[in-house]
Design a binder for this molecule. Sequence first.
Ligand SMILES: [Fe+2]
Ligand SMILES: [Fe+2]
Length: 296
Amino acid sequence: MSGPNPAALPSVLACLAEEHRHMRALLKLLELRASQRAALELADYYLMRDIVAYLHDYPDQVHHPTEDLLFTRLGKLRPDLRSEIESVKNQHRQLARASSRLLEDLEAATSAPAIRSEQAIRKRVQSFALHQQRHMQRENRSLFAAALAELKPADWKALSRRAHLHEDPLFGSTVQSRHRSLFEFLLDADRLFPLAVANSAMDTQERLIAAVTAIEQGGQQGLAIMRQAAGSLIEETRARLSGAKQATSLLGLMTTPWQFGWVVARTFGDCSWKLLGISATTTRQACVAVWQRPRE
Ligand SMILES: [Fe+2]
Ligand SMILES: [Fe+2]
């Protein structure tokens, strides 16, 4: 999360932000394995399976449901955020299904790794990691900040009563046997892969994701504007061909082509002007995303 001092955060939010940091580190590791140059070996499949198993066991079962409670409360205080909240909750369900499916496939790959399925597994793992990272970034940027601003101490107290019922099976005080091998790998990896380097790589990647997201949104807005302009021209043309805007005088008849030309030029001008504005905003947002101060 950007901005506030983590020490000053309500415990539920501090815990969620800490879990995001753990998840980011694991997703980075997942992505590095899936994109390595060397062919995937059995140990790589085991590691990827263990990471996805943790994401399925804890973030899907505890972290996301805790966020659902938090966001539901936020939605009552900020009705304008309800559609964003519904969309994020929907992503929780999609991510849970995706991790469940990926876990099954990685389990199968550890039993019988096949060269022909390697590329498909790599792509799915990379796409899974990207979606998870985008999801967390969305929460960090909009909903966590809004919750911090809107929720009252009583809200946080009620949430914390329900949120701390489950301990993290990997990063908590007791490591569960199912996650023991990943825990031991991380102890070694921490020595081999300095945290500063990992954080720097993650920050760079997050910035690129934010820039790409801004460009995607700008592209969608541009397409919507062009669609709107095309629709209005089609409507104008139909009205003229159907006689709904038929000229009633000789002067009107003579100037009809000019009037139509003027409508086309004005629509084109409006559309270009709006596209120019969208492209300026998109460029600015993409630059801000790339050059912004590192978070956390
Ligand atoms: Fe979430
Ligand atoms: Fe989250």
